[in-house]
Design a protein around this ligand. Structure first.
Ligand SMILES: [Zn+2]
Length: 328
């Protein structure tokens, strides 16, 4: 049970197991990793492990303490969850609470999500607690970006860096936990960039599938040279900025697949492995030089989305440029 279903954090989990087994839990952890990588889940497991009453293999998942933690009503595991800003008042509340001895069990854990949202005053206040924490307390800070925290905070924490999982690890999870087929799991895992939260979003996102179908149709039309149909299709992809990156990533994956197939004639490294016939077909028509040019065009336009360009126009220009390369 201990640290079950946490994808790709083997080294960090090994360290945490060791700390839990030897009862050498630091007073503060700083868990750093990109959004969706599983910081919240791992922090909860760690908190459970600290409070668990089992003799070994903590967290056991079945003692009263673990059960409460899973249901989110453990009185000694507190979570601060502010999206935009964590004010000094919030940290002062924490400081009051941390002074009260645990009445359920012997440990107390505070998880601070989005720790980078702490104001400088909040960070300075927290620093005092980190300097002299009560012996029964552990604070777990979660952040996308540790460099936005005061160096004095960082230096008082055990740093845990969460890294993207291997594609196979994500695929394995999708098969065993989400019940996907091998082929489906490979497609979703390859678009996840090793971030399990992203894989789960793609999995539940009907729009992502639709988008990919539209984009594959567009690549067919690009080869056919039908500009009018093309520009109509683009309007279907026009959407909010946050999801626009998906559009470029799907285009990139497609032309990379064509390049890889063209150069290796192997299907093992193809991301869109459920569309292999279409990839083979297009790879016969698009040589490696052209594929590389197209990939450069897509990367350039993907970069443009970070500035305030007109998205529709950006996509249209990209497609026209790709079409030009294809017509050489
Ligand atoms: Zn337990």
């Amino acid at each position: 049970m201990a640290f079950e279903h946490i994808v790709g954090q083997g080294r960090t989990i090994a360290l945490l197991r060791h700390l839990l087994t030897t009862n050498r839990i630091p007073h503060a952890f700083l868990m750093e990793g990109q959004r969706g990588i599983g910081k919240g889940k791992l922090a909860l497991q760690l908190a459970m492990g600290i409070c668990c009453s089992a003799k070994e293999s903590r967290p056991c998942g079945s003692c009263p303490s673990c059960v409460k933690a899973v249901h989110g009503n453990h009185s000694e595991i507190k979570r601060i969850d502010e999206e935009s800003v964590i004010k000094i008042e919030t940290i002062r509340e924490l400081q009051k609470e941390i002074q009260l001895k645990p009445y359920e069990g012997t440990k107390k854990v505070f998880i601070i999500n989005n720790a980078e949202a702490m104001t400088i005053q909040a960070q300075n206040a927290l620093l005092k607690t980190l300097e002299e924490p009560p012996s029964y307390a552990t604070i777990i800070l979660l952040t996308n970006n540790a460099s936005s925290l005061l160096p004095t905070i960082i230096s008082r924490c055990q740093l845990l860096k969460l890294v993207p999982a291997k594609q196979e690890e994500v695929a394995e999870y999708l098969i065993s936990v989400e019940g996907l087929s091998l082929e489906e799991s490979k497609v979703v895992a390859s678009f996840s960039n090793g971030v399990i939260g992203r894989a789960l979003r793609i999995l539940k996102d009907e729009e992502f599938r639709k988008k990919r179908d539209i984009i594959i149709d567009i690549t067919k039309e690009l080869l056919g040279g039908k500009i009018i149909n093309l520009l109509e299709r683009v309007s279907l992809l026009n959407e909010e900025k946050a999801l626009l990156e998906d559009v470029f990533d799907i285009f990139l994956s497609w032309y990379r697949d064509i390049l890889i197939y063209r150069e290796t004639r192997q299907v093992d490294f193809i991301m869109n492995c459920d569309k292999i016939e279409e990839i083979k077909l297009q790879a016969n028509k698009i040589n490696s030089h052209k594929s590389k040019e197209i990939i450069l065009i897509i990367e350039k336009n993907k970069g443009n989305t970070r500035s305030n360009v007109n998205h529709q126009l950006n996509l249209e220009v990209m497609l026209l440029n790709i079409q030009e390369v294809l017509s050489w």
